[in-house]
Every structure is written in C-alpha cells, then in structure tokens.
Design a protein around this ligand. Structure first.
Ligand SMILES: [Zn+2]
Ligand SMILES: [Zn+2]
Length: 142
C-alpha cells in the first residue's frame, strides 16, 4: 500500500516524505476526517511531526489533487483520499457523520446541469443532509 502512495506522490511530482505517506495512509484508512484527527493519527506514527507540518502536507496534497477537501456548511473541513470519481456525501445534521454516496445513475450525470450558464463544468458536488442511523435510533429512544 505504501508503494501505491509513493507512486501517487510521484505522479503529481511531489517528493515522497514520511509525513506525506502518513497523511495519505491516515486518509485511506479513515475517510472524511478533520485536520485534528489527521494530526493525531500522523503523530501517533511520527511523533516528531509538527501540527504545522501536517497542515502543510494537507495543503500540498489538496492542491495537487491527491486529496479532496470537503466542507459541509457549518462543519469543519474534512479530507479524503478518494478523488476523481465525482462521488457525493450524505451528512448527519445531528452528529456530523459523513458517508460516501455514489453518483445517482451511470457516469456523473449531475455534471449535465439543466442550465450551465455557459460555464465549462468539470465537477459537481452534492451534499445530502439528514439524520444518520445512530442519531435516528437515539432520538426515538424513550
Ligand atoms: Zn448522526
Ligand atoms: Zn467521500
């Protein structure tokens, strides 16, 4: 798996470093985590890495397209390493849990906007809001 991440870094001309590999590993194992969680996971493995270094790695990986930053309205930014497939997210209003949702039908149909106003559209982001199963169960408990 680490060699996959090394290949990914090289494919976008980023130097392979242990903090970058640790961040990619953390996001692969734990999709949709926020910055603090990334820092905790990376420092569990590489205690010498500073908070600032993790921020810098997240920015470099996001800028290069290896990592996607998602920020549901009113929530802290989350990161994931699943990129390039135009998938969507369902978000719990109550606890902020996030899960992946495949594009509704076929190949990215939501890229075909009913009116694109002349824009060249290359990405569509849909956030489905609702209540996760845990929160739904909790709210019906007496
Ligand atoms: Zn919830
Ligand atoms: Zn996702």
């Amino acid at each position: 798996m680490t060699s996959d991440f090394e290949a990914q870094l090289r494919s976008v001309s980023l130097r392979v470093t242990r903090p970058r590999l640790a961040v990619l590993t953390a996001l692969h194992d734990h999709p949709h985590i926020d910055t603090d969680t990334v820092i905790g996971l990376v420092r569990a493995e590489l205690p010498a890495v500073s908070h600032q270094a993790v921020y810098d790695v997240l920015r470099a990986l996001t800028d290069s397209g290896l990592v996607r930053r998602i920020q549901p309205m009113g929530a802290t930014a989350r990161y994931e390493s699943r990129v390039g497939d135009n998938h969507h997210h369902v978000v719990c209003r109550s606890c902020g849990a996030i899960a992946d949702v495949e594009c509704a039908v076929g190949h990215a149909p939501c890229l075909t906007a009913s009116n694109n106003h002349g824009f060249v559209v290359d990405e569509a982001e849909v956030v489905y809001w609702g209540t996760c199963p845990d929160c739904a169960t909790a709210s019906t408990r007496p």
